[in-house]
Write a protein that binds this ligand. Structure first.
Ligand SMILES: Cc1cc2nc3c(=O)[nH]c(=O)nc-3n(C[C@H](O)[C@H](O)[C@H](O)COP(=O)(O)OP(=O)(O)OC[C@H]3O[C@@H](n4cnc5c(N)ncnc54)[C@H](O)[C@@H]3O)c2cc1C
Length: 435
């Protein structure tokens, strides 16, 4: 048995079963952390945020260790809907109200850098992640048509970012569904295979000398002049610590835990539909998301499945009858898929902040974090890694700009915040159903 095979045999945790993991070979496992290790930077979490940060810092010549509780890409990054969209989890106007228009403009421009970074990294590190151009936000209600058109005007007038408005007739030429009243289409946003992309970044990080330890959950962060991340069998002492555990981390930095809420979101993948049938649904291969509070989002995969996401859940229990629920939601959009088998269903958590704005910053002088992507992390995680990398290298102006966005803790503490959020969400869902 060679050393790679031995490492692979050591892995006891598998990636969650998704349409991505079913069609992508799992790379050889990285070792578990045993004993004491020194590094310039130690990062908790091998998702898009952690890996992006690792690449930025390794490219600048720093020694970097990443500690991952499960496997590379095991969290949201390897199982997401793969829709890479400009902006952040909340409307830019909300950010403008918090930090002022000039600052909001800078943040928006940087969000576009998040999309460009995906292309740059795919080209630089030879990552084939099935990128496709084009994303549409689609309204179901007349109220949402008005909201989307005023968003279009705001983007154009205040941010110099032009997106296209398609009326119902124009949309029908691209999307074979009667459900939507139009579309706000952005040709620069798009979609990708998130598992391939995340694993590609991990390959790039390893090639740059980053040491990644899998199945090595951090149980404690010792803060101080030289922080230490501790696992059951080892520790990493470093000059800078980065927390990139998203909705999956808990108990390492309590002041961060209270500012996000893990919310479950779920995806079903149909059986392969064949190229013709798949293209008959979305002829231009764009990604689509409606603008309901509990939204539906969907796109085609390279092997011609429809990947259909929806059904948010505010409890940590998987929803009952998930396959049936997703199938019902999918056929509400595409009745012509009534006979299509849903092969695989899965879910994961997104890290919602109270205002859905990104929550990135620093604790003390040497512990950095990025969370609160609020279901909008494919592009923004890359930017977060770059911005944290800059701050660690002494250029903190962009991270400081993000730190100025205020974040309140969820009311109700750990025990009661979920029921309170359920009550709030019930109102928004009711509003979507009625108006
Ligand atoms: C089902 C689903 C669909 C989504 N769809 C989209 C979409 O279409 N578009 C979009 O923009 N965003 C989407 N998102 C959100 C997006 O995937 C995330 O914002 C993004 O992947 C977050 O990346 P991350 O690296 O911060 O977190 P993650 O990828 O979750 O990585 C965090 C890692 O930290 C590890 N970890 C946690 N605790 C510890 C510990 N104590 N010690 C060590 N490691 C630890 C976890 O195991 C995990 O691997 C979706 C999310 C889900 C779940």
């Amino acid at each position: 048995m060679d050393s790679l095979a031995r490492a692979s045999a050591q892995a006891t945790i598998a990636l969650p079963r998704t349409a991505y993991s079913e069609t992508t070979p799992t790379p050889d496992a990285q070792p578990r952390l045993e004993g004491s290790v020194q590094a310039d930077v130690c990062i908790l979490g091998a998702g898009l945020t952690g890996l992006s940060t690792a690449i930025e810092l390794a490219e600048a010549g720093l020694s970097v260790v990443v500690l991952e509780a499960k496997r590379i890409a095991w969290g949201a990054s390897g199982r997401s809907g793969g829709q890479a969209i400009f902006g952040f989890g909340c409307d830019q106007s909300k950010i403008a109200a918090m930090v002022g228009l000039p600052e909001s403009r800078r943040l928006f421009d940087w969000s576009l850098e998040g999309i460009r970074l995906i292309h740059e990294r795919c080209a630089k590190f030879d990552i084939d992640c099935d990128w496709r151009d084009g994303h549409a936000h689609v309204p179901i209600k007349q109220r949402q048509v008005v909201e989307l058109q005023s968003w279009q005007a705001d983007l154009s007038e205040n941010y110099g970012y032009d997106v296209q408005w398609w009326d119902q007739g124009a949309l029908r030429g691209k999307l074979a569904s009667e459900r939507y009243l139009g579309a706000l289409f952005d040709p620069r946003s798009g979609h990708l295979n998130p598992l391939r992309y995340t694993q590609g970044l991990a390959r790039a990080a390893l090639a740059l000398g980053v040491r990644i330890f899998e199945e090595s959950p951090v149980v404690k962060l010792d803060r101080g002049v030289r922080p230490a991340m501790k696992t059951a069998h080892g520790e990493v002492q470093c000059n800078f610590a980065v927390l990139a555990g998203n909705a999956y981390v808990h108990g390492i930095a309590p002041e961060l835990d209270s500012r996000i809420m893990p919310v479950g979101t779920y995806i079903g993948a149909t059986e392969p539909l064949g190229v013709e049938r798949a293209r008959s649904l979305i002829s231009n291969d764009m990604a689509v998301a409606d603008v309901n509070w509990a939204l539906d989002y969907f796109r085609l995969s390279r092997d011609h499945r429809l990947l259909f996401g929806g059904r948010a859940s505010y409890s940590t229990l998987p929803p009952p009858n998930l396959r049936r629920t997703l199938q019902r939601r999918m056929t509400r959009v595409f009745p012509q898929l009534a006979d299509a088998k849903m092969d695989t269903v899965w879910g994961g958590y997104v890290d919602i902040s109270m205002n859905r704005a990104p929550h990135w910053g620093r604790l003390g002088s040497n512990v950095y974090f990025a969370q609160g992507f609020s279901g909008h992390g494919i592009a923004a995680t890359g930017l977060a890694g770059r911005v944290i990398g800059e701050a660690i290298r002494g250029q903190a102006s962009r991270l400081d700009a993000f730190s100025r966005i205020g974040h309140r803790p969820f009311p109700g503490g750990r025990v009661f915040r979920t029921p309170m959020l359920v009550a709030a969400m019930a109102w928004f869902k009711l509003r979507d159903a009625l108006f």
